[in-house]
Write a protein that binds this ligand. Structure first.
Ligand code: CO
Length: 157
């Protein structure tokens, strides 16, 4: 067989690694390497059964994150994302692939609208509410070195 698998599962950085506290840099090159990183991140997230993953969690200090809550939209790729609108409020349980086995109740907006670049560098906006809004907020927080533990509404377990 000459089949070549291009996607790869990357190691997920765990809590305590200083990389998770760093502010990531904007993406300026929308090249093939970006596509490979995004594909690898999706593979890594799905393998870990997560609903989101941010580039610093695979050791890359770049403003890139992905979200897939299992709906018809599939994997949403957010590059240089900015939350441009927040509405409402929710307090729900939240976890993180970098803190396996833990969770906490966080305070988040009920819905958000995000503006970002896609992998070609084009600007788009995407909205989400409920779980999707939490996932957007959680992953975008990672790009500024913020973990869900910094957003706790009350004590988890
Ligand atoms: Co996380």
């Amino acid at each position: 067989m000459d089949m070549v698998i291009f996607m790869a599962i990357r190691n997920i950085v765990k809590f305590g690694d200083p990389i998770l506290k760093k502010v990531c840099r904007s993406v300026v090159n929308f090249d093939d390497r970006l596509g490979i990183l995004l594909d690898d991140m999706a593979e890594t997230m799905h393998n870990a059964e997560g609903v989101g993953l941010a580039a610093p969690q695979v050791g890359m200090l770049k403003r890139i994150c992905i979200v897939d809550i299992g709906d018809e939209n599939g994997v949403i790729e957010l590059i240089n994302p900015i939350i441009i609108e927040r509405k409402g409020h929710q307090e729900e349980g939240e976890g993180c692939l970098s803190l396996p086995g833990e969770y906490g109740v966080t305070s988040r907006p009920m819905s958000v609208t995000v503006r970002a670049n896609n992998r070609k560098g084009e600007v788009f906006t995407v909205s989400g509410e409920g779980l999707k809004a939490r996932a957007f907020c959680h992953e975008i927080d990672h790009l500024d070195g913020i973990l869900y533990k910094d957003r706790l509404a009350k004590k988890g377990k």
